[in-house]
Every structure is written in C-alpha cells, then in structure tokens.
Design a protein around this ligand. Sequence first.
Ligand code: ADP
Length: 499
Amino acid sequence: MSTYLLAIDQGTTSSRAVLFDTKGQLLASESESFTQHYPDNGWVEHAPTDLWQTVLHCCQRLLTNNNINASQIAALGITNQRETTLVWHKKTGIPLYNAIVWQDRRTAAFCESLASPEINQLLTDKTGLLLDPYFSATKIRWILDNVDHARELAEQGELAFGTVDSYLLWQLTGGKVHATDATNASRSLLFNIHTQEWDAELLALFAIPASMLPQVLDSSAYFGETDPALFGASITIGGVAGDQQAALVGHACFEQGMAKSTYGTGCFLMLNTGKTALKSNNRLLTTVAYRLNGVPTYAIEGSIFMAGATMQWIVEGLKLLRHAGESEAIVQHVPVDHGVFLVPSFTGLGAPYWDANARGAILGLTRDSGIDTIVAAALQSVGYQTKDLQKAMEKDGLRPTVLRVDGGMVKNNWVLSFLADILGAVVERPSITETTSLGAAYLAGLHCGVFSSTAQLAELWECERRFEPKMDSVTRNNLYTKWLHAVAQVRLSNTPNTL
Ligand code: ADP
C-alpha cells in the first residue's frame, strides 16, 4: 500500500529527507550537512557529489530507520536551494565544475559590464528579475568560459545545465531525465515567465547554447521514476519547486493576496499575485509561484539578507547570549519603543534598497541601554525589514491579506507579536513549520492523486497560533519613521558629510 509521501529538501548548508503521511502530517526526517567551499573572495561552491550523496543517504536512512519500503511511497517531491548552477556531461553525468552557489559573486564584474538601461529593462520585462550574479545565467556562462573545452562541448550538444533539482532528477533517474520545473526555471534569467519558454534572445545575450537546457515541466508533474537500485524499488517523482516557492505551497497560500515569510538565516517574503505577473516599481522580483496544469501562478518576492543571521552575530560575534533561544526571555520586559535601532546591513541591504555599500549600525544608545535592549533591537530589525517589504508592496498596489511564517526564528513569540504590531497585520504560525518540505510533498501528492486539489490542501493547513496586531497606529508610525531614519544613517555612512 502506498501510504507515504517523501520530500527531499536540498538546502544551502544541509540536505534533508522528510516523510509525511497522506494527510500531510510529518512522521520522520533525516538531515546531513556538507562542506562549503570558498575558493576565492566572494566565491561559494558545493561539491556535486556532496549534494547527491547527502540526499541519497538521508532518503536511504529515512526508509531504513522507519522500516519503510520504497513501494509504500506514493510519490517523491524535490525542493532545493535555488539558482545554484551545475553543468555536467550528458553521456557520463560527470560535472565539469563544482556547483556555483547562489551566494557566489564571481560574475559581478561581468554583470556590471553588461548592464545598460535597455538590457536591464529587457531582463526585467522577460524574466521579472534583475541583472545580478545571484541568478544562474552568468554562472553558466562563467563555466563555459573558464573550464577547458567547455564551450566547445556545449556547442556540440554534449553538456547539460541544471539547477540542483535538475541535477538530483538526473541522478535519481539514472541519467534518464533532464528536466526542471517552472519555478526553478524562473530564477535563471533565461526563462520568459510570460511565455513559459526558454528565451532565444536571452540565451544569445549570455552566449548559452539551447541544447544545454532542461525541459521545463509543471511543479506537479511526472518527472520520472527513481532508479530501482537506489531504494530497492522505483519511486515516482511527482513534484519539484524551488525552496521559497515550495514554502508558499506548504503554507497553502493559493489565493491572490496571501503571503508567506520564511525567517531562517535570511528572510524571503513571497506574495501570491494570482494569474498576473505584476511588475514591481520598487525593486521586488516577479517570479513563478508554482505552475499547475500548464497554468502559472505568479508571485512578488522580497529578500532580506540578515534575519536569524543577526541573532547568530549576537550569539557568536558579541557573545551576548549562549544561544538564540535565550533571546525571548531576555526581552520579555523591554518596551518596544526603547529608542535603540539595530540596522543589520552587515553585507549591504537587500530589497527594497539593494544597497551593497551600506554597513551595520546600532543607533540611539543611552546609558541605560543594556544587553536586553540590544537583543530587542536585533529581533525588532527583522520586523522593521519586513515592514520595508510590506511598504514596497503597498507602493506597487499590493497588500497581503495574511502573512504565514516559518523558519527557525518563528519559535520566538515576542518576534511574531512585534511583527504583527509593526505590520498592522495578522501573522499566522502553522503547526508544521517544515513548510518547505511539506510544499514538495503537497506537489508530489497532487500529482499521484493523494490530494485532489489545492482547495483540499488549503483545508489541511493548520494554524498553531495567530498573532493579532495590538499596537495603535500612532506608535506604529512613530517607530517605523525612526527606523527609516536609522536606515538613512547607514546608507549615508560611505559618504561622510563635509560641512
Ligand atoms: P536556515 O534554514 O537558513 O539555516 P533556520 O530556519 O534553521 O535557518 O533558522 C535558524 C536561524 O534562526 C538562526 O539564524 C538562529 O539565529 C535563529 N533562531 C533560532 N531560534 C531562535 C529564537 N528562538 N529566536 C530568535 N532567533 C532564533
């Protein structure tokens, strides 16, 4: 009997395999971290074998430890770190180079050399993205231009490009499938999100042969069967989505206006905009949220670099706490309007500022500011940055009707109360906070008929706690205005005032 769904979540620092029952309840999980490689300043790589072997071992351990046969798995779903780029030989499956990770900045100079108002406009119009090393296109080009014979082989049709989902599909199916889904394709800078096709003009712009590209399927689709040698019997692969999109699905944000925000190391806020690919005038990205039955649903996305990472700095850098979990108790009695602001622009500011030169600061200190105030300011910076994204969305004419949250930080009730207060919006925390894996399982379950519709998934979604805004609007506006002043200070820090 096929009674389980299996999700693979291949992330930036670890791989996970998660087992769900056919009602979407989490039963068990396995995870394994792997080495990050930093071969040069601003370069970040993963060994392809690490990505594959950690995934394989997690899946195998999950089945063995829970006494489950592959034949009991109704379907498998994959979710993955997005944009990270691999190129391999079609005949042998051997990668030409390490995976170039989304964080890698090696193509920054190339992006600067290519940038012009016309090119930037073209890219935003077709892909919904910005010209930035973050996305896959310039990473593929780098491999073709820097690995011996790569371009020659690519032009002869011998090479395959894939994001991590594609590479795992290739490995899982024993080299039979070279495919991806529309959410992952939409992060490449090569995919036209309106026509849902690879774009010849963009391929020419980045000098990438079309023969390298994977076939683009729906997020819930038949992606093939796993090689029976891997798990003792084959398993149908029925779902694929990039991690942030999978989280949106896992939160059952299927209606226009529903939003999710994931508070891990960084923060990614994604708002479902329905069947319309809305263009942001406020430097938010337009992306494919998911594609079902050939119909894309779109989203607007904003990312913040430092969310939980600010707490890591408080713990590991300043050593103010032993672990991030201590923060909730220490700030319990700190009033939210204590007057101290921590702007965590340690590596610049993400959306909507996109200011690479801003650096971090703590402003408004007085003699009575203690560890508790600084920790509170660090936690509040996550709320204020989310407010920045909310404001940008509002300027684009959008207002989330609901914000569902996940990620390591959302255990902290104080953070979520402040978030609801500063946004003036309800924040919902689900019972299952493994939302990314759940989204992959949902997509796989939709394909194999375990779930009949997104409406059924929306009913399965369970709220563990709702945080209602309690702050009055005068206090909210005062606090946010002070935050904006603090941000203005860090953005001026590179250009000292010469009075
Ligand atoms: P990622 O998936 O990006 O590695 P996680 O979703 O596992 O991150 O979240 C871990 C982050 O959450 C860490 O940066 C940590 O500082 C933060 N964190 C964990 N628990 C708490 C807490 N109780 N309060 C505030 N931050 C927390």
